[in-house]
Design a protein around this ligand. Structure first.
Ligand code: MSP
Length: 517
């Protein structure tokens, strides 16, 4: 349906660190979905931003010797720059230190409090600053040095301070009911099962304020306390669409969010705490939370301390932006952990991009320029082979849509590349270079069909590789307005007689320096 609102969000990233490829990966997946939905005619709102409060950021600022606001101003810029460098099409960029967010989050607190779900108490227990999370003794293990660590490996410290609590324990049944009534709320299914059994095991009330440091949003009417950074951070999703003004046009259009995309490390916050906070404030929980896996470098999670951090810039400088965007979503099945490596990157660039799609476009367009006076040829009656390949390149959209709706990007891309393969086989079977001598009219028809199949493929890959797709569509003289999914099935497609520019390869081969030497 056209103009359907579609609101999707990335996690907001901690500003204690420079962005690396793991951060780029989550936002890339969202960017692809945002672009896909726009091409499908939806009214998209795509949000990303930075998480700027809490002890972890405060400590990083101290270590850098600057005050936290100046520190966050600076580090937040790195994430904005990442959005530009990766060609993300986010509609908004939120920072939790903005006045709009402080106001929205204090309003949420008041609402939950006035509804009777927050009480004053005393917290005593383990806290991991790196995760900004509380842990029970039973969840901890010991590291090689005998220190207690959280399941994530983060160091824990004993915290003892006055604290407000949220009555999370009372939300066990409403949450289980919500999961039950909304089977698509959590994806993938394995993660959904983990969350359901965690909640079924019982929930403790949650400490939602801190008093031992200052860098956070003051609790309304008790400024000795600052809010727990996760309550603050999660509410960014509402702030950006106008909360607390629930009557505003943005909020009424976009809330509840269609999708919160997160890494598997932060699913519990999004699939347990967040819907509980919202229900406690009489607000609707999001429609879906999807937890993807980790990108691993040489088999290990990337971290500053391991010294194996890869940045998006490192990859883009070496391989080019669109190839990196393609590779990250094609190589690793989304939802699972996966490795990235130079070898698999080069493999994808040279086979999927340069050989399969790039070469298809380059050889067909060159033949048209050379043999058809650089104009889209006029076709004769189409054969069954012609209509079959055109139909396949059109029908694949529905399959891709289905896969992308389940965040199975790798399978959506596989479906597109199956058509690329079919198109290459069609070229070989029809052998237009031979038809040139034996049957020029049939050659013209074959090249017309191929130009039209390439047009459809280029329209389909726009969300993944916007620049490369646009270059391909330019080479086919397709007008800007004719690049949506609605235009994909249009007939006539490429316009016979349209003049084409001289083609240049869109996907160059990657030649390894060492191999070349
Ligand atoms: N600030 C919180 C999120 C608050 S959302 C209301 C946070 N920030 S973070 O900077 O640590 O970013 C976490 C997210 O970055 C992960 O959930 C994941 O989406 C992404 N990734 C960070 N490292 C990653 C990999 N190595 N691989 C894949 N994604 C990873 O948690």
């Amino acid at each position: 349906m056209a103009d359907q609102p579609y609101y999707l969000t990335t996690p907001i990233y901690y500003v204690n660190d420079k962005p690396h490829i793991g951060h780029a990966y989550t936002t890339l997946a969202c960017d692809v979905l945002a672009r896909f939905h726009r091409l499908d005619g939806d009214d998209v709102h795509f949000l990303t931003g930075t998480d700027e409060h809490g002890q972890k950021v405060e400590k990083s600022a101290q270590a850098a010797g600057v005050d936290p606001q100046a520190f966050t101003d600076q580090v937040s810029q790195n994430f904005r720059r990442l959005a530009e460098d990766m060609n993300y099409s986010n509609d908004d960029f939120i920072r939790t230190t903005e006045p709009r967010h402080i106001e929205a989050t204090q309003a949420l607190w008041r609402k939950i409090r006035d509804n009777g779900h927050i009480y004053l108490g005393h917290y005593e227990g383990w806290y991991a600053v790196r995760d900004e999370a509380f842990y029970a003794e039973s969840e901890l293990t010991k590291d090689d040095n005998g220190n207690k660590v959280a399941p994530s490996g983060a160091e824990v410290e004993w915290v003892k301070e006055p604290s407000y609590f949220f009555d999370l324990s009372k939300w066990q049944q409403p949450l289980l009911d919500y999961y039950d009534a909304n089977p698509d709320f959590i994806g993938p299914d394995t993660r959904r099962n983990e969350v359901v059994s965690f909640v079924a095991g019982g929930l403790d009330d949650l400490s939602v304020s801190r008093t031992s440091f200052k860098w956070g949003i003051p609790v309304p009417d008790d400024p000795e306390h600052i809010m727990y950074v996760w309550l603050d951070a999660l509410n960014n999703y509402q702030t950006a669409v106008g909360y607390p003004d629930t009557e505003s046009s943005l909020y009424s259009k976009y809330w509840p969010a269609d999708l919160h995309m997160v890494g598997k490390d932060i699913l519990r916050f999004h699939a347990v705490y967040w819907p509980a906070f919202l229900m406690a404030a009489d607000l609707a929980p999001p429609k879906r939370v999807y937890a993807h896996g980790w990108l691993l470098n040489r088999g290990e999670k990337m971290s500053k301390s391991l010294g194996n951090v890869v940045t998006a810039g490192d990859l883009v400088d070496r391989y080019g932006l669109d190839p990196v965007r393609y590779y990250l979503l094609r190589e690793v099945p989304f939802g699972q952990d996966g490795y990235i490596s130079h070898e698999t990157m080069v493999g994808r660039i040279n086979s999927d991009l340069a050989n399969d799609l790039g070469n298809l476009a380059q050889r067909v367009l060159s033949m048209i320029v050379k043999n058809c006076d650089a104009k889209v040829p006029q076709p004769q009656a189409l054969t069954a082979d012609d209509t079959t390949i055109i139909a396949a390149a059109t029908d694949v959209l529905a399959a891709v849509r289905g896969e992308f709706e389940r965040q199975a990007f790798h399978r959506g891309l596989e479906a597109i590349w199956k058509i690329v393969g079919d198109a290459n086989r069609y070229v070989d079977a029809q052998a237009p270079w031979e038809l040139r001598k034996t049957d020029p009219e049939r050659m013209a028809t074959v090249l017309f069909v191929l130009a039209d199949v390439i047009r459809r493929l280029a329209i389909l890959v726009q969300p993944i590789m916007p620049d490369a797709a646009s270059a391909m569509l330019d080479q086919l003289a397709i007008a800007e307005d004719d690049r949506t999914f609605a235009a994909l099935g249009a007939d006539p497609a490429v316009v016979p007689g349209a003049e084409l520019p001289k083609p240049s390869p869109v996907f160059p081969r990657y030649v390894d320096d060492e191999t070349a030497a």
